[in-house]
Design a binder for this molecule. Structure first.
Ligand SMILES: Cc1cc2nc3c(=O)[nH]c(=O)nc-3n(C[C@H](O)[C@H](O)[C@H](O)COP(=O)(O)OP(=O)(O)OC[C@H]3O[C@@H](n4cnc5c(N)ncnc54)[C@H](O)[C@@H]3O)c2cc1C
Length: 389
């Protein structure tokens, strides 16, 4: 197979700065050198490769665009490029970095006070602390506003009671950002590992995102000090703004997963012979390859523009929803088409395509399902909200 050198049919990368290109190259070679040799084994075992966290941190890939103590505060486009290259490796790797960066470090820098930022951000950036984000509950996924987890004031503490489900990094995390209903609305808390009543259980038997830690957080009368409440986070708007940050990275990441599948299928089709010819010479196979390249190129154009808009301060949720919805569906379709091109070989873990394909089913569901993003964009263009009857 020819080594992966990226897909850039429309020369979109000509618009990147030297710094952006250099970060992209660094992440690409990290994935090639340190991550890809590990993923098959971890995928089979259903484990996240924690051994790569120190290198991820050393390369500055945790919270790269976050502003605050110990953080680089680089551009949104750089964050997007990081996500793209990480997800070329595996959606689980990008999920780890997304949660740490967009769902733990970003809320701390946006809604936390100075003391909280100084206390946790540097350790999170160095990978010495791992974070998770607890919003979804067993009974409340697409409608997190219906959450049942409660926060009851008790002197200079809060008592948290409830369960959070499907939480990435749940059992690895040193600190969980937990959203709970207080007397006057939704509040955010940093819940530290080891607090009495706080525990995490892994979800077993996953077909998808196997190399990612997914679990349940159990909060049984956990007493959390007022100093651990994010003072500027009030109402559902706060966790939704975090999701908007993460979805931006997912829209970029999906391009990486699609590019991995397309590259692999193209190389395979050039080598695999049937009827005495490479299968890449057949018109129907070429159509599949061209359709993939076209959709990847359109998805890339979308996120390159979105990155520039975000860096200019334009960050409306429906714009991000449109990109997440389109690019994840596009990547899943590319994975399915690539698997088809590999024939029987596509179903084994000797090739990365089946892994990307099953991963992308989760990516289509989490951070707002495909259909919920349809309704967010629908609301934006019609002014009419269709989520509720
Ligand atoms: C691997 C993985 C990791 C995750 N990590 C995290 C995490 O770190 N933190 C976290 O908080 N959550 C996490 N999640 C949870 C994820 O965000 C939810 O699964 C997602 O929001 C969907 O919720 P649900 O699974 O309860 O599905 P439901 O909300 O029950 O939806 C089921 C189906 O109904 C559809 N539906 C629901 N409401 C409507 C409507 N109004 N109109 C039309 N269709 C509708 C949905 O589109 C979907 O097809 C993760 C999930 C997975 C799979």
């Amino acid at each position: 197979m020819n080594p992966y050198q990226g897909i850039d049919y429309y020369h979109l990368e000509d618009t990147l700065s030297d710094e952006e290109r250099s970060v992209r190259d660094t992440v690409r070679s990290f994935v090639e050198r340190s991550f890809l040799p590990l993923i098959r084994e971890h995928h089979a075992a259903g484990t996240f490769p924690t051994e790569i966290v120190p290198e991820l941190a050393e390369l500055g890939l945790l919270g790269a665009s976050v502003k605050g103590p110990g953080c680089a505060g680089l551009s949104s486009t750089i964050y997007g490029l990081i996500c793209q290259e990480l997800e070329r490796g595996d959606s689980g790797l990008r999920s780890f970095a997304s949660v740490q960066s967009s769902l733990v470090m970003w809320p701390l820098s946006t809604y936390g006070n100075e003391a909280q930022q100084r206390r946790w951000l540097p350790g999170l950036a160095r990978g010495e602390l791992i974070g998770c984000f607890g919003l979804t509950e067993p009974g409340h996924g697409s409608d997190p506003g219906g959450m049942e987890t409660t926060a009851t004031p008790d002197g200079d503490h809060w008592v948290l009671q409830g369960n959070k489900m499907w939480i990435t990094n749940a059992t690895l995390a040193d600190l969980a950002l937990v959203w709970a209903k207080g007397p006057e609305g939704i509040l955010g808390f940093v819940v530290e590992k080891g607090l009495p009543g706080f525990s995490a259980q892994p979800v077993h038997g996953k077909f998808s995102l196997r190399a990612s830690d997914t679990g349940e957080l159990i909060l049984d009368e956990v007493r959390v000090p007022e100093a651990n409440r994010l003072p500027a986070a009030r109402g559902l708007r706060a966790p939704l703004s975090c999701l908007n940050e993460a979805r931006f990275g997912i829209a970029w990441g999906a391009v990486g997963a699609a590019a991995a599948c397309y590259h692999h299928a193209l190389q395979y089709a050039l080598q695999r012979k049937q009827f005495d010819r490479p299968i890449a010479s057949f018109q129907l196979v070429q159509r599949k390859l061209v359709n993939m390249l076209t959709e990847i190129t359109k998805g890339q154009a979308l996120v390159h523009r979105l990155g520039r808009l975000k860096d200019q301060g334009v960050n409306e949720a429906p714009l991000v929803s449109l990109a997440k919805r389109n690019n994840v569906a596009m990547a899943l379709e590319c994975a399915r088409t690539s698997c088809d091109i590999l024939g029987a070989a596509g179903i084994t873990d000797e090739h990365p395509i089946g892994r990307h394909m099953t991963n992308l089913v989760s990516v289509r569901t989490y951070e707002g399902t495909h259909d919920i993003h349809t309704l967010i964009v629908g609301h934006a263009i019609t002014g009419l909200q269709a989520y509720r009857g």
